[in-house]
Design a protein around this ligand. Structure first.
Ligand code: NDP
Length: 452
């Protein structure tokens, strides 16, 4: 049977674009559909604009710190409108690069929605049907607002980047990556942030010491972090303002409300179930280690599969799929020991097992240090850094590394190489320190704080 193309990719985000480009490089005839903007969540309304906002907020803190270093800095004001203009221009530039790179690789892009018509065909919004030997679902995810709170005017991370002006006060609901990052960013840009988290401590799933350190640092920046607190009701006051009541019985008013309560796979109305593709209860596409669904011609990568919701993971999955199916090299994305960073202030970086996970596997030694980094201490800041190694007592392998510090995202990337290689505590010990840095503490922790 002949097909219009060898691969049709639905979704022009990180995973889809990588798969399309690599497949085209292997000689496949590739087509792609993207209904919104090329680049997907990461480039258009996720990692990239978020990180640029982290930089913007960081400059405010740096200006304050500069005074302690002898600079005569006049009171400064953050101009959101000016920043947004530059942000929009930068995102358009990156979108252009994504489009250009895919097109240059030989990928035909349809700027419209596509749905699966059958295991070997997609249907475009304009009515065209295109047959494909293989179809890749790379449609990502979208923010979820808890039932009953999806009121006009409430925001998710999608809307945040499109604000015309910054509110004076904001309620952020949630305690995960997005909630904590935006709490720090917005507080840093001058918004008075209150954060509700329904559990006992933010960043569930991360190492407990890391969670406590991040929460303490957030409090020291003035974020009003309310744990064990959930929303009961939201009363619209007009103009995006809301009055909240919470499970502690308090009533508060906010200029804006942001829900960062998780993301769900984008599979609604995509024709997957109708074509026989198995979906999980939350709508995620079920795939095996080769990113293949139960329908042999249909594959899926990235957030839509709800494995690990991180851009580099989606990219690896897309690359491995293309190498396997079109490159004659059987490749799998390795989901073990995936490092990640939460861009709070200070940042949190993590790789490997938490102390709690490691203890469940066997005896461990815990090495931990906490200190005021030189740069901030000089300027009078009490915000502390924390570094922690979780070591298997018998094999001596470092099973987990957890860092809360300025630049922790950069540090954890390097530590991840060591852990992935199976480094032992003694490998860390015989590595000479780089002085004076914060990261040197990682190789200078001599005595365990806990052994069992
Ligand atoms: P997360 O899953 O990280 O966090 C969701 C938060 O919302 C949790 O604290 C959760 O609480 C809470 N929550 C969920 N449902 C409700 C509810 N009904 N009422 C109140 N609270 C609720 O999701 P995010 O949206 O923050 O981020 C999605 C994913 O995107 C992340 O998992 C991450 O993989 C990725 N991401 C990565 C970033 C990075 O690498 N720096 C940055 C941003 C996102 P509970 O813990 O109790 O379930």
């Amino acid at each position: 049977m002949t097909f219009d193309c060898d691969l049709f990719v639905i979704g022009g985000g990180s995973g889809g674009v990588r798969a399309a480009r690599i497949a085209a490089g292997h000689g496949a005839r590739v087509q792609m559909a993207e209904e919104y903007r090329m680049g997907g969540t990461c480039v258009i309304r996720g990692c990239v604009p978020k990180k640029l906002m982290v930089f913007a907020a960081g400059h405010g803190a740096a200006l304050d710190e500069a005074r302690a270093y002898g600079w005569d800095v006049a009171p400064a004001r953050f101009d959101w409108a000016a920043f947004r203009q530059s942000l929009d221009a930068e995102l358009s530039r990156l979108e252009g690069i994504y489009t250009k790179n895919a097109t240059a690789a030989g990928v035909t892009i349809h700027h419209q929605r596509a749905v699966l018509a059958d295991p070997h065909a997609v249907r475009l919004a304009d009515g065209q049907t295109i047959s494909a030997r293989h179809v890749l679902i790379a449609t990502g995810g979208q923010p979820v607002v808890p039932e009953g709170f999806d009121l006009p005017g409430v925001m998710t991370s999608n809307e945040l980047f499109l604000l015309d002006e910054l509110p004076k006060s904001m309620l952020i609901v949630g305690g995960g990556f997005i909630a904590c990052e935006f709490a720090c960013i917005l507080q840093g840009l001058g918004v008075a942030v209150t954060q509700f988290y329904r559990g006992a401590q933010i960043l569930r799933g991360f190492d407990n010491d890391l969670r406590h350190h991040v929460a303490a640092a957030m409090g020291m920046q003035g974020i009003d972090l309310q744990v064990d607190t959930d929303l009961v009701s939201l009363e619209p006051l007009g103009g995006g303002r809301f009055a909240s009541t919470d499970t502690r019985g308090a009533r508060r008013e906010f200029d804006a409300v942001l829900f960062a309560t998780g993301r769900a796979p984008n599979t609604q109305g995509l024709g997957l179930a109708e074509a026989g593709v198995h979906l999980a209860d939350n709508g995620a596409v079920r795939v095996d280690d080769w990113s293949q669904t139960n329908i042999p011609s249909v594959f899926a990568v990235g957030d839509v599969t709800d494995r690990i919701q991180l851009t580099p993971v989606a990219i690896r999955e897309g690359h491995a799929f293309a190498d396997t199916v079109f490159g004659g090299q059987r490749m799998q994305a390795d989901h073990a020991m995936v490092a990640s960073a939460v861009f709070t202030r200070p940042e949190a970086g993590t790789v490997g097992l938490t102390e709690e996970e490691a203890r469940a596997q066997g005896p461990v030694e815990i090495y931990r240090t906490s200190f005021r980094p030189m740069q901030g201490a000089f300027a009078g800041s009490d915000i502390k850094a924390m570094m922690k190694l979780v070591v298997a007592r018998d094999s001596r392998r470092v099973l987990g590394c957890h860092i809360v510090a300025p630049g922790a995202g950069e540090m954890i990337q390097i530590a991840a190489v060591a852990l992935k290689m199976g480094a032992t505590k003694e490998d860390f010990d015989r590595t000479m320190a780089v002085h004076p840095t914060m990261a040197e503490e990682l190789v200078l922790m001599r005595n365990p704080v806990a052994t069992e």
